[in-house]
Design a protein around this ligand. Structure first.
Ligand code: 2BA
Length: 109
């Protein structure tokens, strides 16, 4: 058995959970925060048989969209005057960041 952990944008989470449930996958949705943007995102975990991992990833791929986000740089610019001015940067946030890990043991009590 495998555990698929996917970090995605909040906007895609509702549709993704619906699609996974429709396809009979068990799913848990967690509220998370990205380290770089310090903004909310969503982490979903799906426990699934090894043979079904690609099906889960395909559903994530077709549901989660890449988007541009503008954020304030965590590292301010130094001007010759010695004044520190934060500046805006644009980043492309992926459709999803996915990890697939082995499950040693799975039990429902
Ligand atoms: P954040 O850490 O908030 O990152 C959001 C986006 O900012 C990233 O999108 C990337 O485009 C950009 N970014 C991140 N670190 C950067 C840096 N040091 N310099 C410039 N730009 C940077 P994604 O790569 O698609 O990541 C989306 C979210 O997935 C991340 O949100 C984080 O929550 C998670 N993530 C990404 N890689 C991860 C990893 N190796 N381990 C755990 N979580 C990860």
């Amino acid at each position: 058995m495998k555990l698929v952990i996917a970090i995605l944008q909040d906007e895609d989470s509702g549709k993704l959970v619906d699609e996974l449930m429709k396809n009979k996958f068990g799913v848990t949705k967690l509220a998370s925060t990205g380290g770089f943007l310090r903004a909310g995102n969503t982490t979903i975990i799906v426990g699934v048989e090894k043979e079904k991992v690609d099906d889960v990833i395909e559903i994530i791929r077709s549901t989660c969209k890449s988007r541009k986000r503008v954020t304030t740089s965590p590292i301010p610019t130094t001007w010759s005057s010695g004044v520190y001015t934060p500046y805006s940067i644009e980043v492309q946030v992926g459709g999803a960041t996915i990890f697939v890990v082995d499950v040693d043991r799975f039990e429902k009590l």
